[in-house]
Design a protein around this ligand. Structure first.
Ligand SMILES: Nc1ncnc2c1ncn2[C@@H]1O[C@H](COP(=O)(O)OP(=O)(O)OP(=O)(O)O)[C@@H](O)[C@H]1O
Ligand SMILES: [Mg+2]
Length: 267
């Protein structure tokens, strides 16, 4: 990891893992809106320049307002693409420079939220090394647990850590070597099934073993709910709705609030 990157003062929240479709962009959007709702100044950097999910979500939010929907808070946001330079060193230098520029341009924000792609890229590694808070969503299955480490399904012994956990470990070493406060790593279970299933309990037990070994905090996240996906075209979230009139929506709002509370962002 290069020493060229400078830490800036806004609190950096990174959404990352190396598996597609676990809920990084969805959680990023809900965290962003939660923070704006308590009057925090938020900026967003989308490192997934292929899908641009968060940037598209925010673009939809802006377009809805331009088309006459109620005014809602908007963060500043940008998408950073990977460099096309031929030589690896040049690519890395260019990506460091671009990320640093984006961070510097948001230095007056309270929080910068960075959404990573679901695969290993140099930009994503840089973001992990700078993260004050790392949020890793995980779907509720043993398949997704492999993303963190291999856990025996019978004895719950941790057999081996994943490349991703090793990468986060390296990021932590980099931080402590440069005298920064430790990163807070939070693993969030996402798309929980509404029934308290046997699988649910087994994943809980395995995560409990893993969190001591890999040093993350694991928190229950969001249940599987249509409301977390159906508002994408309007760029809004359950937190933006003026009226919530179903029990499921009330529960969803509460879930998002508990999740954001558990990140301990206002120490
Ligand atoms: N709690 C949830 N309930 C219902 N649908 C969800 C929930 N969380 C995420 N989804 C849906 O799951 C899909 C994947 O979510 P999302 O795009 O946030 O994942 P991601 O980790 O950002 O994926 P990628 O790695 O491809 O960037 C999307 O269709 C999203 O709307
Ligand atoms: Mg995404």
């Amino acid at each position: 990891m290069s020493k060229r990157m400078k830490k800036i003062s806004p609190h950096l929240i990174v959404l990352g893992n190396e598996k597609g479709g676990t809920g990084k962009s969805t959680l990023a959007m809900h965290i962003v809106v939660s923070l704006m709702n308590v009057e925090k100044k938020v900026a967003v950097i989308d490192l997934d320049s292929r899908q641009r999910s968060v940037a598209r979500y925010l673009q939809n939010r802006r377009t809805s307002m331009e088309n006459g929907s109620a005014r809602v808070a908007m963060p500043e946001f940008t998408v950073l693409a990977q460099s096309n330079a031929e030589v690896v060193k040049d690519r890395e230098k260019e990506e460091e420079r671009n990320l640093q520029q984006a961070l510097d341009s948001y230095k007056r924000a309270d929080f910068i939220v960075i959404d990573c792609p679901g695969n290993d890229t140099y930009l994503s590694r840089l973001a992990h090394a700078l993260a004050d808070t790392l949020v890793t969503p995980l779907n509720d299955s043993f398949v997704d647990l492999d993303l963190l480490g291999e856990v025996s399904a019978t004895t719950y012994q941790v057999k081996k850590l994943s490349f991703y956990s090793e990468m986060v470990w390296d990021s932590r070493k980099y931080r402590s070597a440069s005298g920064k406060a430790p990163m807070d790593w939070i693993v969030v279970r996402n798309r929980l099934a509404s029934l308290d299933s046997r699988n649910n309990k087994r994943v809980h037990d395995a995560l409990d073993v893993l969190q001591k070994r890999v040093m993350f905090r694991y928190v229950p996240g969001l249940y599987e709910r249509v409301i977390y996906k159906e508002l994408f075209p309007s760029g809004s979230t359950i937190l933006d709705l003026e009226k919530v009139n179903s029990l499921s929506h009330v529960a969803a709002r509460q879930e998002v609030r508990s999740l954001v509370d558990s990140l301990n962002l206002f120490k």
